[in-house]
Design a protein. Sequence first.
Length: 426
Amino acid sequence: MNINRKQAPEFKAIDHITLLQPEHTKLSNGCNIYCLNSGDAELVRIEWIFNNLRFNPSKPLLNVATNSMLSEGTANMTAAQIADTIDFYGAFLQAEYGYDTSEVTLFSLNKHLSNTLPIIKDILTNSIFPERELETYVRNQQQKLQVSLQKNDIIARRNFNKAIYGDTIYGFAAKADDFKKLNNDDLLAHYKQMYQPSNCTIIIAGKIEKETLDLLKSTFDKSWDNTGQTIDTTQPQIKSATEHFYFTEKPDALQSAIRMGRPLINRTHPDFPAVQVLNTVLGGYFGSRLMANIREDKGYTYGIGSGMSSMKNSGALFIATEVGAEVCKAAVAEIEKEINKLRTELIPEEELALVKNYLLGSLLGSLENVFSHADKFKTLYFAGLSYEYYDRYTEVVKNITPEDLIDLANKYLNFDNFYKVIVGKY
């Protein structure tokens, strides 16, 4: 076949995106299992996902500390033994904490699951949070915090979250003394309440044979019991601050960190996909208006972007950058100008077409393997959404008009309602 290399490949619009959908099983102890079976490699990724308990301002680090220390020792194995055994079987184990959920993830070859699954079972039923490891955890986290608080962008993010989310898990910013409040008794009590099968969703993705699923079920069904303790996963009501401007002066700063935005809808709101398009135009990709103006034209920064966060109980739109301290005020003025243009001028069709292709291409490109499909399912599942969401998302992106976007900009992008946080010079 002869290829004409002087002719560009034919452009084809993305019409429909097909997602793998899982099979569901519910164990007798209340644990839900979702299986996404695909791929040739004899490998699976298994995630044990737990809803976080209600945020307690008097003991604010219990969710994150408990999850982080799950593999630091059980009644049967030390932290070193756990790590060595996982390594011996060529597996990978990690614990990840999120605002709404905490999870334990295992990557393992199918043939070694009979050796690796019992370790996870031990972690989820017999962790003891040894005093020595707890002291090390506290010391390490305090040191990391001390380093982080030297960075203007970290301070700006903490101040921004506190302003828009208030005294909730989303707005909490740890202090060194918070780590000193951690103790073994509280961690154990939190662990026994939260890490119960009725509060667990297992998502397994990869090459799943009958033997694999049977082994998973037998390991985590009848021998994993609920403790009977009430699982409170409700969260305090969010109350945003009344003050909208926060400035932390750093007289010697060469750069100023800027973070601004506002509380917003989350993924469950009908407007969410359309606002994602609007956000992308503003600052959601390299060719965005904020990048074109503040980086490419003005040279105030190496990078600037906007984003949307969607949590279970809230959401936000935010703009973040670091600029030369002497041009901070000018950069803020340019950000305001770009936002106001979206509210007063129709987006050109050519620019909008580029953004549409970028968004649909990004969604398609993100589905590179079965684990990516599992991640998409996880996003839907914990938001309480069905697969219809991605069909609707695709349709919205394809069909949205400049008129729709100017209406959305006036609905959601009033700069006077933005929270503005600056750390450095202004």
